[in-house]
Design a protein around this ligand. Structure first.
Ligand code: ADP
Ligand code: MG
Length: 710
């Protein structure tokens, strides 16, 4: 084995892309193709074509205006073309000397000066033309296409591509799918006459095979983990009559909605089982998921166990903490129990205190950020883990939380023996257990899609908002009319209301984000004399963020300018206006989430989407579709449906934090038929062809299996 230091750059890059095994290489499919199989004459070419020509250099010089560049003129006998290189090596300049015969490939632009190519690729003319289209693979800078192509072809030649589908199972599929080996050879090296349109939209039978394979692997893996989970044990949790659950219900200042009651019962049912719950609670922003979580926690606590609630940001965690303390602590205190709080920014002493109450079991509920899953945190008897905004957590973090029950190497100090008086003596039976897991998400996936995709997840949906909410009016306003918005803000503040102003995240540059938000903040301060305008951005120290949030929550700050989309999961019912700057840069569900921050109280609320048209004064199609959808509907599920339409579901369910998208090839909307097929086939296959199933999953998921399941 070569040690890792001896690996070349491209080899390291291959490893980083997860292309370790021959089969991984074989399944690394092209993004698109280049046609190098043909030569064209300039005379026959069209503007914008990516063309391959052979021509002779007739002039070659370095010019300095408007900027330094190498300008080369070539003639292919039918016409001439100017090549421009803005960066070049002396060796390249030499290869492009007058008289050289070259094979050139690049995008043709026609100007009034004739054809041009900028930075075409070139090599000496002559030589054989390839017999297949040239694949272009997803890659990284350290891994050149040529190297990757070779590696892929070698992998393809060596990989075991024997069929893992049981005989006859693809017969029902329309259109028919190809054999795997055939499909892969075709996709890596399509013949010159391959139907490009079918390759591009991935409807070609070769692509169908790959998608069917991928979906089957995903369904098999999830079903397997579901069956595994069924063999695990979790404590059966039932609230006592007149216990905490009922006391909390009675103490709430509102009545649960029917939807909250229904999902609450679904969860309570799971908690009573001795099998770990694995449930996604989804509901629109403001639908009231927190109280459902609190009621679940009450059941666990009532049964003598601990519960953990993890939120992605400190502000969200703190908001939960305050709410849960308010609800639960009066009920817990008489029993000597409390709600504990864990975050990264905590002072050492406070943290040590909290850790002690968690380990000692006095902390019936532990609320916090990622700090909750750190090694030092030892629960005495964790039975329920709740994850808010689950899509913002990495898989590793979810796994870590699940492992908190008895995943820590040595048992907590005082738990060697079952304690007297503990109902059911939870500590006596700790072997091979997992806590129940409840994940919450405000990015709803259409229910049927969620149910069929997540074979290993039960889904509860809150499909109703608490009564008394006034619908939020959404207005699209061009950025050029910003001043009018300041007037609206003033009007709201004068009525004692509060306003959010969200600046866009510019992903490439946090510095730019900040500059932009700071400028907006200053402009608003100037435009609104006498109004307290606060600023919240991602790079502020947590204590400062907290201080700003506290002022806003307490109603002492009229306007809050914020860059951090993530931090605004907050609940300030007095806020009645949400302004989103550069709304065209946000995703649809992000916009919907943001809008959900207002309209939480009884006041009439509005959301202003400020947009900047691009060049030519027009918004892009996607941006326009998004903004239009926002103005037309307030229903999170309808928004999710449109999002799916606009973006395509690859992205929708895709990229989890691991960086590995769940599905590389299949598209849940376009390939719903294949998904149904895979879902129906997977239990049969696990039962009747377990060997094939194992091989199939290993082929597709290799080491990533854990990640797909968490
Ligand atoms: P989300 O589902 O977005 O997390 P929250 O749990 O933050 O929503 O609830 C939003 C607001 O609605 C909170 O102020 C919460 O106390 C309140 N709320 C929750 N359930 C009800 C209900 N049944 N009736 C009235 N208000 C409710
Ligand atoms: Mg919430």
């Amino acid at each position: 084995m070569p040690d890792s230091k001896a690996l070349s750059q491209p080899q390291k890059a291959l490893a980083k892309l997860g292309l370790a095994r021959d089969i991984d290489l074989a399944l690394h499919l092209p993004l698109r193709y280049e046609d190098e199989t043909r030569l064209v004459k300039l005379r026959d070419a069209r503007e914008g074509d990516t063309a391959q020509i052979e021509a002779t250099v007739t002039a070659c010089e370095v010019v300095y205006r408007p900027r330094r560049q190498l300008v080369v003129t070539v003639d292919d006998g039918s016409d001439t073309c100017v090549l421009r290189f803005f960066s070049f090596y002396p060796s390249q300049q030499k290869a492009l000397a007058v008289g050289a015969r070259l094979r050139l490939r690049g995008e043709l632009k026609g100007g009034f000066l004739g054809w041009q190519m900028v930075h075409p690729t070139f090599k000496p003319a002559g030589g054989e033309l390839p017999g297949a289209l040239t694949p272009v693979y997803p890659t990284v800078a350290a891994l050149p296409q040529a190297y990757l192509r070779k590696a892929v072809l070698a992998g393809l030649a060596r990989a075991d591509l024997s069929d893992t589908f049981p005989p006859g199972v693809t017969q029902a599929l329309r259109p028919a799918v190809w054999e795997l080996r055939e499909a892969l050879s075709f996709l890596h090296q399509p013949p010159p006459d391959a139907p490009m349109a079918l390759l591009e939209d991935r409807s070609h039978p070769a692509w169908q095979r790959l998608k069917a394979e991928e979906l089957l692997a995903q369904q098999l893996s999830q079903l397997e983990s579901k069956r595994e989970r069924e063999t695990l044990r979790a404590p059966s949790l039932a609230g006592r009559p007149h216990g905490l659950h009922e006391q909390l219900l009675a103490a709430l200042p509102f009545r649960l909605t029917a939807a909250q009651r229904r999902v609450g019962e679904e969860i309570a049912h799971d908690l009573r089982r001795e099998v770990p719950m694995h449930r996604l609670l989804q509901g629109d922003v403001g639908s009231g998921k927190t109280v459902v979580a609190a009621l679940a926690a009450a059941i666990a606590i009532d049964a003598g166990w601990q519960c953990a609630l993890m939120a992605p940001t400190e502000i969200l965690a703190e908001q939960h903490f305050r709410k849960l303390i308010g609800w639960l602590e009066p009920l817990l205190a008489p029993q000597g129990l409390r709600v504990a709080w864990l975050t990264g920014s905590q002072k050492k002493k406070e943290r040590a205190e909290m850790l002690a109450t968690v380990a000692g079991g006095q902390a019936a509920l532990v609320v916090g950020t990622h700090a909750v899953i750190q090694d030092q945190v030892q629960f005495k008897r964790l039975a329920l883990a709740i994850i808010d905004e689950q899509h913002r957590f990495g898989v590793a973090q979810r796994l870590a939380l699940r492992a908190k029950m008895d995943g820590h190497a040595e048992p907590a100090p005082s738990t060697g023996k079952a304690e007297e008086g503990d109902e059911g003596s939870p500590d006596a039976v700790r072997a091979s257990r997992e806590p129940h897991l409840l994940m919450m998400s405000a990015t709803p996936i259409p229910r049927t899609l969620a149910m069929s995709y997540y074979a290993d997840l039960d889904v509860s949906t809150i499909d109703e908002l608490p009564p008394g909410r006034t619908p939020v009016v959404t207005k699209l306003i061009a950025d050029s009319r910003r001043e009018e918005v300041a007037e609206r803000i003033r009007a709201q503040v004068n009525q004692g209301r509060q306003v959010y102003w969200v600046c866009p995240l510019i992903e490439e540059s946090e510095a730019l984000d900040l500059a932009n938000a700071t400028a907006t903040h200053q402009a608003l301060c100037a435009a609104l004399p006498g109004v307290r305008v606060g600023l919240l951005h991602s790079r502020m120290p947590p204590a400062e963020k907290k201080a700003v949030m506290a002022l806003f929550t307490a109603g002492q700050m009229g306007v809050l300018v914020s860059t951090t989309v993530i931090e605004v999961g907050v609940d300030v019912p007095n806020a009645s206006l949400m302004v989103i700057e550069h709304a065209e840069r946000f995703g649809l569900s992000q916009l919907h989430q943001l809008r959900g921050r207002v309209g939480r109280g009884a006041a009439a609320s509005a959301c202003v989407l400020l947009y900047c048209a691009g060049e030519g004064g027009r918004l892009g199609d996607t941006a326009r579709a998004r903004l239009k959808a926002m103005a037309e509907t307030a229903d999170g599920f309808e928004i999710a449906r449109r999002d799916l339409e606009i973006r395509g579901p690859g992205e929708f369910l895709g990229a989890r934090q691991s960086g590995a998208p769940l599905l590389r090839f299949a598209d849940l909307a376009a390939d719903a038929g294949l998904l149904d097929w895979a879902r129906a086939l997977s239990p049969l296959m696990l039962d009747r062809h377990p060997q094939l199933a194992r091989r199939h999953v290993a082929r597709w998921l290799g080491g990533r299996q854990d990640y797909l399941r968490a």
